[in-house]
Design a binder for this molecule. Structure first.
Ligand code: PAF
Length: 285
């Protein structure tokens, strides 16, 4: 596996591979890799014949009071995992290379960035949209794979690719869960044993919503209230939001007709955890 740190070297490598007709598949990460990331890498291997993974803890998507400094970093372990997966290039740029002196341009996907997590983390999605656009312009992938755990991020990336005519296919990949239902996340590392157990309430509440929809409930309010009640059964959980929205625009819904996104954000101890499920009404209802 080749390790590239400079944006110029990365761009030269990609151009040479593309000229030889190779299809480049890309996975952008902030490191602290887990099975969720590795499932994206495996999907990338199916969709391209060259795989590039970036590790870059992007400072611009963290607010000053957030966990940028504390965000888990373990480059040696991550490099070993990617090598085992047969990744071709690990792109690991320095912040000064991605944001060189004098940098003053950003990318903002306006409406989609204002709601859900965006309403609680001002500037976060502008940081994500900017760095993902920069990474796409350097890596020049044919296809990029993003996890559906960050559902809003995925929709924002799909929107910016359409709006800016970027020539890259975006593929969403299903959430990977631990055996007890907890969605894999680098931030799970912040949880102690009791908090880790408490975190099961997120997937439990999603399951409750799914059962209600299966029994014919269509009122978003009724479903959201049942989800909040389930979360409140867990004393360590502090609910930030529970929303039921359109699967594409993420605008709030009152009634579920065919499908809806149930998204939630909950703080447990030091960890802000998000999870989601697309609720589907079976045909004929
Ligand atoms: O999902 C992440 O890990 C990050 O938001 C991303 C897409 C790598 C951008 O920094």
């Amino acid at each position: 596996m080749r390790i590239i740190r400079k944006t110029t070297e990365m761009a030269v490598w990609s151009q040479a591979e593309r000229q030889q007709g190779q299809r480049i598949a890309f996975v952008a990460t902030m490191g602290a890799l887990h099975e969720g990331h590795l499932s994206l890498v495996r999907e990338a291997k199916k969709r391209g014949n060259r795989v590039v993974v970036s590790i870059f803890v992007n400072p611009t998507q963290f607010a000053p009071a957030e966990d940028f400094a504390a965000y888990p970093r373990n480059f040696v372990r991550d490099r070993g995992l990617l090598e085992t997966e047969g990744v071709d290039v690990l792109f690991h740029p320095a912040a000064e290379d991605i944001y060189p002196p004098g940098n003053q341009t950003h990318v903002e996907v306006k409406e989609l960035s204002k709601i859900l997590c965006g309403a609680r983390r001002p500037g976060h999605f502008q940081g994500v949209a900017t760095v993902v656009t920069k990474l796409f312009n350097v890596v020049r992938p044919d296809v990029a794979i993003f996890g559906e755990k960050d559902y809003q991020q995925l929709q924002i990336i799909r929107r910016l690719v359409r709006d800016l005519f970027l020539d890259v296919e975006i593929v969403g990949h299903p959430i990977v869960r631990e055996s007890d239902g907890i969605a894999m996340s680098s931030r799970n590392e912040y949880l102690n044993a009791d908090e880790r157990k408490a975190a099961r309430c997120l997937s439990r509440s999603l399951h409750r919503a799914e059962c209600l929809v299966r029994r014919g409930e269509t009122s978003a309010k009724a479903i959201a209230e049942a989800v909040v009640a389930e979360l409140h059964n867990e004393p360590l959980a502090v609910v930030e939001y529970v929303t039921i929205s359109d699967v594409e625009t993420l605008e709030p819904l009152e009634q579920i007709r065919q499908s809806a996104l149930l998204a939630l954000s909950v703080t447990i101890g030091q960890a802000r955890l998000i999870d989601n499920k697309v609720l589907l009404r079976s045909s004929g209802e």
